[in-house]
Design a binder for this molecule. Structure first.
Ligand code: CA2
Length: 154
């Protein structure tokens, strides 16, 4: 069943960090074969089914990612974020998310715990409501389902 989406439906920002624009072009053993465009389409289909609106974005720049989080803080009801490498390095992204009083779900397509030890530091996980790690691109769809459940229970 698809719930109808209206201008008053909850808005979820889905933010993607550096190099995720290369999805589908290299390293399919880690990230699968879907492109970022296909991830966006999966999110749009799932959001429509759940009665959520989405704003799906990608940037390669840390400052722009922080700006997108600030925009979400003002306009969205939840954030789903794959900060990519900035998860492991960025206190600026950590601080921006910390200022958001809404559900925040961190997605990693690959299982970062099975990879290089520098990926075991995650400044975003500390402030995220929850994390979907190693579930492939389905992590985005599952995060949307979790957002819908949490917002509905309020
Ligand atoms: O597993 C994830 O989703 C990551 O956030 C992906 C990041 C990586 O730095 C994180 O540790 C885990 C890398 C995104 C780069 O994606 C590429 C895709 C295809 C080709 C090259 C890079």
């Amino acid at each position: 069943m698809t719930i109808s989406v209206s201008p008053s439906s909850p808005l979820v920002f889905i933010l993607n960090g550096p190099n995720l624009d290369l999805l589908g072009q290299r390293q399919p053993e880690l990230y699968g074969r879907a492109t970022l465009q296909e991830v966006q389409e999966l999110c749009e289909r799932t959001a429509a089914e759940l009665g959520l609106r989405i704003d799906f974005r990608q940037t390669n720049s840390e400052g722009t990612l922080v700006d997108h989080i600030h925009e979400a803080r003002l306009h969205a009801q939840a954030i789903i974020i794959n900060p990519a490498a900035y998860s492991h390095t960025s206190i600026a992204v950590h601080d921006a998310l910390h200022a958001c009083e809404m559900p925040v779900y961190e997605v990693h397509i690959s299982n970062t715990w099975k990879r290089d030890t520098f990926r075991h530091t995650d400044y975003v996980a500390i402030v995220a409501t929850g994390q979907l790690n190693g579930l492939g691109i389905n992590g985005y769809a599952l995060a949307l389902r979790q957002v819908a459940a949490v917002l509905q229970s309020r």
